[in-house]
Design a protein around this ligand. Structure first.
Ligand code: EPU
Length: 436
């Protein structure tokens, strides 16, 4: 049944909420389990669409999944019964490409449909395909599906043109059981990537993270079962932190981990808001009513995450003065600001690299910088979510705004956030879910 959110804003959020396992690690933990025929256990599993879809894809090729508790799964794939992921999974998320390596090892061939995920730029997969070919796979695009074949993958040196999270993960998942050593140069080193390395290491892989974005993988012959407590979702933490501060509230985000959030925490302090690292999480609150504007550039880790950008833009509509945001990871991640302008926000999007240094989008005509003039009073409107992170930013905007907001397209947001209405209500929000 379709549903939408009805939010009446202008109330500070206050209280405590718990954040669970990360949308950008859980599916990869599940895909890693395909590398062994033994059962694997994952705890701290969030109830989100991307977990459900990944489990459905895996069960279509022979994975059995049992829920040991509401947040713990045992998954095992004693035998891979097909190397082909059905086209019903086409266009949903970025996970099928990560399954190519494990399926090649287990089945000798793999076929996946075209990928989906948020529409925030072209999002090509050339680094993944080139890496798989370098490892010895034959990969072709046939009738709208990527088909890969290999009798054996062999270690090699792969230099990534950009430190892509997904391409680094494809290589990790493909090279752990390859013959010989693989070196990834210019690898992504996001905490989500390190978490995948930790899972593979528990399974018996030999992987070293060396200096200067270099990762070394010594292929092993066999991988075994693992038990893993999923990494906390640092994007969800930042999303609730921005909601807390933008509404002038005071919220403890339980399970938040300081280490993956340093770039975010620095900016929070710079704009004049505050946080306190507790034993069980991080408390976010504003110091009085004034927020300072800032200049910010998104970047790969350890920079300010691109996925923190959208919630942060709402926060900047509440700061006094001009803020500048330069998005350097995705070409086209400001489309969602149209709706915010209708709410009263003063935001201009630019094709130039505004701020510090030029990025790889220089002179390429992408709308990848924006200037936000604050502070503005936002007013509630009806809006439709275009993608996951934009969706949460609309929720924050609605929580800040005077009057009622209707938010449609909530299926996008449920791909990556667990129990938003319940969490918001527990913080005092006037937040209704309307079934239609
Ligand atoms: N890129 C290429 N070719 C490739 C791969 C990437 O040109 O073969 C480019 C992309 O177009 C993009 C940049 O490299 O401009 C970075 O992309 P990356 O591969 O790092 O992103 P991803 O693995 O597809 C993951 C997250 C994203 C997150 C990015 C960056 C998952 C499922 N998705 O995507 O999360 O923004 O890393 O940290 O892990 C989100 O959660 O809302 C989300 C978009």
């Amino acid at each position: 049944m379709a549903k939408y959110y009805k939010i009446r804003g202008a109330r500070p959020l206050s209280g405590s909420i718990k954040v669970g396992g990360a949308k950008n690690t859980l599916p990869k933990n599940i895909v890693a389990s395909l590398l062994t025929d033994e059962p694997c256990v994952i705890s701290n599993v969030s109830n989100i669409g991307d977990v459900t879809v990944t489990l459905d894809m895996c069960s279509s090729i022979g994975t059995q999944c049992e829920w040991l508790s509401p947040s713990t799964i045992r998954i095992s794939t004693p035998q891979v019964i097909s190397g082909s992921i059905h086209s019903q999974f086409s266009g949903i998320n970025r996970i099928p490409i990560l399954m190519l390596g494990p399926l090649l090892h287990r089945f000798g061939m793999a076929e996946i449909p075209l990928l989906g995920g948020c529409k925030i730029g072209p999002r090509p997969i050339n680094f993944h395909i080139d890496a798989l070919r370098a490892l010895g796979a034959e990969v072709q695009l046939v009738d709208g599906k990527y088909r890969a074949e290999a009798s054996k993958l062999r270690g090699t040196t792969i230099s990534l043109p950009y430190p892509s999270v997904g391409a680094t993960e494809t290589i990790l998942l493909s090279a752990s059981l390859a013959e010989g050593t693989t070196v990834i140069k210019n690898a992504a080193i996001e905490p989500e990537v390190i978490d995948l390395i930790a899972v593979l290491q528990k399974m018996g892989a030999i992987i070293a993270v060396d200096v200067d974005r270099t990762i070394l993988i010594d292929g092993v012959r066999r991988l075994r079962s693992f038990k893993h407590h999923a990494l906390t979702d640092r994007i969800e933490v930042a999303s609730w932190a921005c909601a807390a501060i933008a509404t002038g509230g005071d919220v403890v985000v339980e399970n938040a981990d300081q280490l993956g959030m340093m770039a975010f925490l620095n900016i929070i302090r710079k704009i004049g808001a505050e946080y306190e690292v507790l034993d069980n999480g991080i408390r976010f609150f504003s110091q009085g009513s004034h927020l300072n504007p800032t200049f910010l550039e998104t970047d790969v880790h350890p920079g300010f995450m691109t996925d923190w950008q959208q919630p942060f833009v709402i926060l900047m509509t509440q700061a006094e003065g001009l803020s500048v945001l330069h998005e350097t990871v995705y070409e086209d991640r400001f489309g969602y600001t149209d709706e915010l302008r209708r709410m009263g926000a003063e935001i201009q999007v630019y094709k130039q690299c505004l701020g510090g240094k030029p990025c790889r989008f220089l002179h390429r005509n992408y709308p990848h910088s924006c200037v936000i003039k604050g502070r503005t009073n936002l007013k509630g409107i009806e809006m439709t979510i275009p993608d996951l992170r934009a969706g949460f930013s609309y929720i924050i905007a609605a929580l800040v705004a005077r009057g009622e907001s209707i938010i449609k397209g909530v299926n996008y947001i449920e791909r990556g956030y667990d129990s938003i209405p319940e969490k918001a209500r527990s913080l005092g929000a006037d937040f209704e879910v309307v079934e239609c």
